[in-house]
Design a protein around this ligand. Sequence first.
Ligand code: NAD
Length: 427
Amino acid sequence: MLAKDRARTLRRWADLMIDHVDDLALLLTSEQGKPLAESRAEIVYAASFLEWFGEEAKRVYGDTIPSPWPDKRIVVTKEPVGVTGGITPWNFPMAIPAWKTLPALLAGNAVILKPASDTPLLALKLANLLHEAGLPGGVLNVITGPGVVLGDALVSHKGVNMISLTGSTEVGRHVAEICGRDLRRCTLELGGKNAVIVLEDADLDLAVESVSWGAFGTTGQRCTATSRVIVHKAIQHAFTDRLVAAAEKLQIGNGLDEKVDMGPLVNRGRVHAVHQYTQVGQQEGAKLLTGGTPLNNGDYSQGAFYKPTVFTDVSPDMRIAREEVFGPFVSILPVASYEEAVQVANATEYGLSTSIFTNDLRTTFRAMREIESGLIYFNAPTTGAEIHMPFGGVKASGNGHRELGTHAVEEFSETKSIFVSYPPKHK
Ligand code: NAD
């Protein structure tokens, strides 16, 4: 398709998403569990990607580079990679399939999308709406089924030129190994153990509100979820008391009930996994301040609910300070200085998102340089990617690629350098 036609199709797709926001949100909550308000926000968020990339589809530009020689011209073009495979997790079943598919399509590729087996319905809806918007048949294909069977088949298929996975670091390593054997391009967005640093001069109310949302929003099931709070000892108790009060105030229940703040985990296996970390924390000698139990009584017996959980007196060597829990679970690590806070923040294998609460300009600029993280926020939660910002992590949180924004289009394009010589005719 011509770039202008691709752009028009993507923009029509955005309009269709907004037209169907209520139906899609209902489906998302029914399938994944998050509260309706969060589901609606996710659909609107995904539609905003379609709109933004719809504009960007007109601007897949190349370069002309001056040659050092006369009568020579160098042109650099962007070409599609070919057939790309997208593999996505269950925590953002609409937004992540959208952000894998869009830059691939606008760069001119065909896509085979494999959503997580817990949440296939939104990806299927996404594809239906795109076909309604005018995408030719066969350009976007959705296959559903378990990762170990279908994911592996997709990743090792010789006809697939590139794999883009969002998922756990363990699966990322496996996928990268298979791609490595065939030298296939592979972009990975993986796990996190994201820290919020709360320094002495922080606005405590803002920090507590941000940590509560970062840790317990989406039931803590976000790659950028706040999983550690590194807090200065001078304000440790004031901060901790307020955070515990905020956690205990949250209404937990069926995401279809508009009064609910925090929905269930995606399945009962995840409840078991989170509860194991509570037991690990207790064995390691950390202090449980609130939560730490599944909710099983009454209506809760129908679902997969876990109380928002806060541990304190956690030290950096404990497993609950190093491993991704992926649930409503936060570890507080007290420190005595900014320098110690940075050392503790960097002491995990992950490096996705870090946030710092401070009003000190010098600390702000030092932290920008010293924190090992793909995303850094100041005075804001660890969550909240925006479409135009490059998104991705360092260390075990990814393999150096970035999604969203114009960076994403680069990931899904090949660069071709063309050298044209037009010397005068030989006599
Ligand atoms: P997961 O790794 O279990 O699964 C992710 C996807 O990979 C699913 O579609 C799954 O079916 C597929 N898969 C599983 N085994 C596979 C295999 N052997 N070969 C190919 N594909 C396979 O992750 P999850 O439980 O769905 O999601 C949670 C994880 O995703 C967390 O670690 C979270 O941090 C991470 N995540 C990262 C980001 C990010 O942008 N960095 C965003 C969301 C989630």
